[in-house]
Design a protein around this ligand. Sequence first.
Ligand code: G3H
Ligand code: ZN
Length: 291
Amino acid sequence: MLVHIKDILKDSAKGGYAVGAFNVHNLESVLGVARAAMRAKSPAIIQVSEGAIKYMGLKPVTHIVSTVAKNIAHQVPIALHLDHGKSFNSVFECINAGFTSVHIDASDLPLDENIILTRSVVEVAHPKGVWVQGEVGAMIGGHGRMGGKLKGIPMAKPDEVVKFVRETKVDTVAAAIGTAHGVYANEDVNIGLLKEIKTRTKKPFVLHGGSGVDLKKIKAAIGEGVNIINIGTDIKVAFCTTLIKQCAENASETDPRKLMSPTIKAVEDVVYNLMGVFGSAGKAHFEEIET
Ligand code: G3H
Ligand code: ZN
């Protein structure tokens, strides 16, 4: 079922687990996440980037996610979220389309400009009941990038995060604490920094760059209060490696469904395993909805 993100998070904060926010890029990845959520009996956040919206169209992706949530993931809570919205306009369009949560990512601007833009989003989102995620300390790397070591992963400054949260009134906060977008050998989670940010902001914390991070470190971060973990690259890789293999092994196939079906299962399996790691498996409320 489609729910407001706040209904997913209130239970995770009490239950000591994190909810995965999974980036989707097409119908197959939406189905993969929905089936994993049903199999794991887990809540899930389905998130789309501006790139995914450009590819699928805002209305189509909104309808695909809500229809799949209602009809495939009908026994588990699913929330729809905009990931890394870079401008007021793109965030505003998602608010009007019915998203219950939007991320305004102005983290590459100077702090004061980040605060002004983020606060302007909060001012239009909150009267409509929409939650806003803000970000301090830009993440490096790139979605889908694989391998090697990054030269110096930047860390957010706690004083800046505290000022940002206080002055913007965001509902959830993301900050650079050692992870990166993509998969790299030297990703880490700075637990001390996370603890300080959590204690001083008392806000739900979103860990970006979840792919490629040592699962023990992920679990330690959840123990210190990470509430949402973003996963993008793992899904892209599962989808693409499976599709490439299918095409190579069935070069004369003319039915797209035969080539694509295994990609749904590949995404489902990756997401299902992560739901176990995040502790969200088994935490869904089973309330049937009217369809
Ligand atoms: O916003 C999305 C993420 O932070 C995904 O990062 O590609 O490293 O999983 P990832
Ligand atoms: Zn991210």
